[in-house]
Design a protein around this ligand. Structure first.
Ligand SMILES: Cc1cc2nc3c(=O)[nH]c(=O)nc-3n(C[C@H](O)[C@H](O)[C@H](O)COP(=O)(O)OP(=O)(O)OC[C@H]3O[C@@H](n4cnc5c(N)ncnc54)[C@H](O)[C@@H]3O)c2cc1C
Length: 319
């Protein structure tokens, strides 16, 4: 029996939409039209994509380089080599989407709307004649001779010569119809790398977090392993109840996850992990003392909690 499609793509998120579009247009150039079906379990495509970058979709960075990657760097390097920033911008421009960079080089759609990215990807899939199907939750994939058979949770079947699994990761399950992609991959004989949380807030039991809830401050955040600095990042920290957040904290979170899992960092056993925040990284200890002494001398009646008012976020200074 002939397969229904040349390629079936499971998952209509950023990866699946791009994969389906690329498969359809790449093969078209070779002459024969490749038939592609994109299967999404949610009622709509790209639910997670819409939530990215606070609804603005930070889709790439002007400084795309391997130095910013952790984990399987070899794989990341191969991808970056094939898809450098300019190619990403060119591909989106071909889809009709213009982008702009912020001061730190983060790239966003020109109208700062993640919905525009989704629309461009969707439209481009339709234009390439990808069969876009929503509400098709793939519950099993089996390999039968020369084709894959994909069965939905309601028993519908799709047969395809090849299958691309783009069912997303474990982050933010509320944006995904299912996390069974790992099971589907395992059942097809793939091995699964253990998933760890990264780019996430870090929980803390500090009593200071509650009164500072919602406050933001520019800091240098240092990760201390048994009192010794192992990593540090400058940026904005956000105080939440029970957790520290913000990009500088996100960037340290992978090490916190590693320590939680193994009790080690950089192959050394670590008993205690702390995050230390420097709220005045541009000032030396001596300069700060000098400043505070001056303030105290000039304004002897100033309550202790107000001493930092000219330097720090008011609430942070008071606490
Ligand atoms: C709050 C938030 C903000 C983020 N901000 C950014 C950002 O600004 N920039 C950035 O680069 N990254 C950001 N990310 C990360 C980014 O969202 C993900 O890396 C990206 O969406 C992954 O795309 P994906 O297509 O691999 O997976 P997903 O977007 O998760 O898509 C997978 C799709 O597969 C579907 N699916 C799963 N299983 C099945 C199945 N069995 N059958 C059919 N369909 C299935 C799911 O419903 C889902 O639609 C953010 C993530 C979150 C949670």
């Amino acid at each position: 029996m002939k397969a229904d499609y040349d390629i079936a793509v499971v998952g209509g998120g950023a990866a699946g939409l791009m994969a389906a579009r690329s498969a359809a247009i790449t093969q078209q150039r070779g002459g024969r039209r490749t038939s592609v079906v994109l299967l999404e379990g949610n009622p709509k495509f790209g639910k997670k994509l819409l939530a990215t970058g606070n609804g603005r979709c930070n889709l790439s960075n002007l400084e795309l380089s391997i130095g910013h990657y952790h984990g399987d760097r070899e794989l990341a390097a191969a991808v970056i080599e094939k898809f450098p920033t300019q190619r990403i911008l060119d591909e989106f421009e071909k889809m009709g989407l213009l982008c702009r960079a912020d001061q730190e080089g983060r790239l966003y759609p020109n109208n700062l709307q993640a919905a525009a990215v989704l629309q461009a990807l969707r439209f481009s899939c339709e234009e390439a004649q990808v069969q876009c199907v929503c509400g098709f939750l793939v519950s099993s994939i089996t390999k039968e001779e020369k084709e894959f058979v994909l069965v939905s949770d309601s028993g519908e079947r799709v047969r395809a010569g090849r299958c691309i699994l783009a069912s997303g990761g474990m982050a933010s399950p509320r944006h995904s119809c299912s996390q069974n992609g790992y099971t589907l991959a395992r059942e097809l004989g793939h091995s699964i790398v253990k998933c760890l949380p990264v780019l996430v807030p870090v929980k803390s039991s500090s009593k200071l977090l509650k009164p500072l809830k919602g406050m933001r401050s520019k800091v240098y955040a240092a990760l201390l392993a048994d009192g010794k600095k192992v990593a540090g990042e400058s940026g904005e920290v956000i105080f939440n109840e029970g957790a520290l957040s913000g990009i500088c904290i996100f960037n340290l979170s992978s090490l916190v996850g590693e320590w939680q899992r193994t009790g080690k960092l950089q192959d050394k056993a670590v008993k205690k992990l702390e995050i230390s925040l420097d709220f005045a990284e541009n000032y030396s200890w001596e300069e700060l003392l000098h400043y505070l002494r001056q303030i105290k001398t000039r304004h002897p009646g100033l309550p202790g909690g107000e001493l930092f008012s000219g330097l720090l976020n008011l609430k942070v200074g008071q606490e």
